[in-house]
Design a protein around this ligand. Structure first.
Ligand code: DX5
Ligand code: ZN
Length: 225
């Protein structure tokens, strides 16, 4: 069985107590901290940058999973690497030179992820899948927490899962398949069945009274799927 990872998105945390919130989800069983970076240009919202990543790094005992929703991408990559990111993912449409951006992320010592929007076709993975450490399928349009899961993402996950598995059989290389947007305790089993192994959840975790209980319920639903 695939190892399941739960990645709380701090976009839904209480920003006035961000450090405490990060500690609380890690204590509650988070495998990654999902860090949403929005620039009011590529997406219609503005969030947090490398300074906040750097500030959280010393208290973050799990890898920081940086999701860049910015354009251009390349200039900010080394800054996030220096600020403590473990994984840096970017949107296919936001980079002029996707292969170069992947190489840049690796040169900076991080794992590289490519993000597909709901309408991004899967052929954007052609020629680069074997260089990626992670594929992130967006199940909402990027920009905001708390949106409804777009069911078409399930079919995309299934397709990408079979491509990743075929490549892993051939090369032994592990590539994570992450999903982001509208993931809840109620739908996570069907998302896992479609092939995801890494689950971003913002509002489902941070709006819950008990983070540990919610993360455990998600993990149990995935295990039972
Ligand atoms: C959306 C962000 C997501 C968001 C998920 O653009 O990339 O990570 O925080 O929030 P929920 O889980 O509430 O949909
Ligand atoms: Zn995200």
């Amino acid at each position: 069985m695939r190892h399941c990872e739960i990645a709380p998105s701090i976009l839904s945390a209480d920003f006035s107590r961000l450090g405490e919130e990060v500690r609380a989800v890690i204590a509650g069983g988070a495998d990654l901290i999902h860090f949403d970076v929005m620039d009011n240009h590529y997406v219609p919202n503005l969030t947090i940058g490398p300074l906040v990543c750097e500030a959280l790094k010393p208290i973050t005992t799990v890898p920081i999973d940086v999701h860049l929703m910015v354009k251009p991408v390349d200039r900010i990559v080394p800054e996030f690497a220096k600020a403590g990111a473990s994984i840096i993912s970017f949107h296919f449409e936001a980079s002029e030179h996707v292969d170069r951006t992947i190489a840049l992320i690796h040169d900076c010592g991080c794992k590289a992820g490519l993000v597909l929007n709901p309408a991004t076709p899967l052929n954007c993975l052609d020629h680069v899948l074997d260089k990626l450490d992670l594929v992130l399928i967006m199940s909402v349009n990027p920009g905001f927490a708390g949106q409804a899961f777009i069911p078409e993402a399930l079919a995309k996950l299934t397709h990408v899962r079979s491509r990743i598995d075929a490549l892993t059989r051939l090369t032994g290389r592990e590539i994570r398949l992450e999903v982001d947007g509208g993931v809840k305790v109620e739908n996570i089993a069907s998302i896992a069945k479609a092939g995801a192994d890494t689950f971003v959840a913002g509002s489902a975790i941070f709006d819950a009274a008990d983070y540990a209980e919610t993360i455990a319920a998600m993990r149990a639903a995935v295990a039972a799927a």
